[in-house]
Every structure is written in C-alpha cells, then in structure tokens.
Design a protein around this ligand. Sequence first.
Ligand code: GDR
Length: 325
Amino acid sequence: MKTALITGMTGQDGSYLAELLLTKGYHVVGAVRNIQNAKELLTTALMQSVELVEWNMMDQCRMTEVLAEYRSTEIYNLAAYSSGAGMFNDAVDIGEVNGLAVARILDAIRAVNTNIRFCQASSSEMFGNALESPQSEATQFRPRTPYGAAKLYAHSMIQIYRQHYGLYGCSAILFNHESPRRGLGFVTRKITHAVAMIKLGLVNELCLGNLDACRDWGFAGDSVHAMWLMLQHSHADDYVVATGETHSVRELCEIAFGHFNLDYRDYVREDSASYRPIESVQLVGNSKKVKNQLGWIPEVGFHEMISMMVDADLRKLIEQNRAKG
Ligand code: GDR
C-alpha cells in the first residue's frame, strides 16, 4: 500500500485529494498544525479514513521526523495562505509559509529519502502582469503580489532541486479552482452563497468588486487529479492546470442567479471598496502539456460547477435552518 502525505488537508483541495487517493487505495496521512482543530474541520468520512500527524511549516526538524516515521512515497503540499483579496497582507508570513517552507520540505526529503515524489500547488498568480495570454509553462513569471512572489520562490526551488539533486519535484501551476467547499472569501462561493440566501429570502443584496474581472475557473476535484497524475509519470516536470476558458464575474453572476431564474442586476451592487486592479493581460491557462503528456481530462465545466455550488449552498442553508428549528 502506498502512503501519501498531504499538507493542507482541511482545505478545499486537500479534502478532494484525500478522497481521490483513498479511492486509489492509498494510506493517506494529513500533516496538520493542530490535530484537534483538524478533526473539527474534516468530514466524518475523511476523519475515519485518514491518519493525522502534527506538522509545522516553520519546523524542518519536525518535517524530517515525520517523513522518516511515515515513509510516504508521495507528498502533496497544499498548505498555504490563499486568500485572494489578502495577497498583500502579512508579506513576511506569506513568504514563510508559501515560499520558504517548501525549501524546508525539499531539504527534509533530501535528508530522509530522495525517492519521495513531491508535488507543489503553485499558482497562476506567479504570472502576475503576464506579457502574453494564454499563459503556458514557457510564459515569463512577473508576480505582482507578495503571494505570487512567495509561490514563485517555491516554484524555483523545486526546479533547482530537480536539476541539482535529481529530486522528483513537480509544480502544478494551478489557475483558480473552485467547488462547494471553497471559502466564502472567494468570489465564486461569495456569489453562490448569496444566491442561495436570496432564494430563501434571507438577504436581498450582494456587494461585489469589479464585475468585469475575468478568471480561468476550473473545478478543484479536476485540479487535484492533475496533481496525482504528475506523481505517476516517468519523470518530474511542471504543468499548467487550467480550463483554457475565461469568464467574467458578471457571467458568473448571470449563471448563478439564472439557476433560479433570477436577474443578477436586481441584486448585485458594485462596491468600489472591493475593486482590485484589473490585469492588463487576461489570466487564462494553456494546459496542452498536462493533457497531452499525462492524459488529464477535466470533467466539470464552468456552468455545471456554478450550478453545483448554488445547489450545495441552498441545501446547506436549508439544513442549517432546519437544525436551528
Ligand atoms: P483570486 O480569487 O484572487 O483570483 O485567487 P478571488 O476569488 O478572490 O478573485 C477572483 C476575481 O474576482 C474579482 N472579484 C472579487 N473577488 C472577491 N474575492 N470578492 C469580490 O467581491 C469580488 N468582486 C470581483 C477579483 O478582483 C478577482 O479578479 C485565487 C486563490 O485561490 C489563490 O490562492 C490562487 O493562487 C489564485 O486564485 C489562482
């Protein structure tokens, strides 16, 4: 039985990845900061099927100890600060966790077993003010936030350790990926949750930033599948994971509100306080490489994903209201 270690298992991507690996027969170990907190965040099904171990992104000795003890053959690093609007906040902490911690993991791998395969959740934010669109693995990185810069440091270290020490380290350059498990701070879930609230008559307005902002939004379950494929290949490499489609926040609203035959224009208010500068070049990924070399096929399209999220939010709210009596 293969053992995989996942950091960030309590997040959206971690939970999808853990479920995927369990269906493939892995022993799944969640490396978490605090086991008690993690237990409260995981679903009962996951709690019963995975093992949790205490881990600290700042503590290389602890990482080395855990890798030596659990003998995982694959490591997926999904732990990171990930708030979209907060990409400028706490630059030093972001640098520590999203950047430097990856160097610690790579050194721990070198110390314990150089055959361990490592996959990093890199980000399209590394492209920042990109000079071309769509972006591929060959596109120049021009990060514009501390978050993007930290992710780029980690990405570069993986390339360096791959070349210099021959480690099997992969970077999944993930474009936005969403699901019903997304946090409410991200625009997709903010919208789908508000639509469900409006449907139930609990609120009647939604304040958003720029409606014309565009993103390449995929399904988180598809993104983690690509990460798994990367660690099953003959050699390590970096891959853009994206849908290749771009949609605006306005289109997202049209679909989400339209799901209940509502017109978003009756409910959405643009709030300049939430505006973020719009990219001069569209962020949209070219994922030919992962499709051609690894046979990755995304299964959930944009429209289907937004509908799934609205339905899930409605279900959750109805259950919550029922529980309240
Ligand atoms: P992003 O995700 O910053 O791309 O980072 P987010 O969902 O926050 O923003 C997407 C786009 O929507 C616009 N927008 C709003 N965003 C939020 N959060 N709230 C609003 O009210 C709103 N109105 C418009 C934003 O300006 C932006 O253009 C995500 C995270 O998962 C990162 O961790 C990851 O690295 C990148 O995606 C790829």
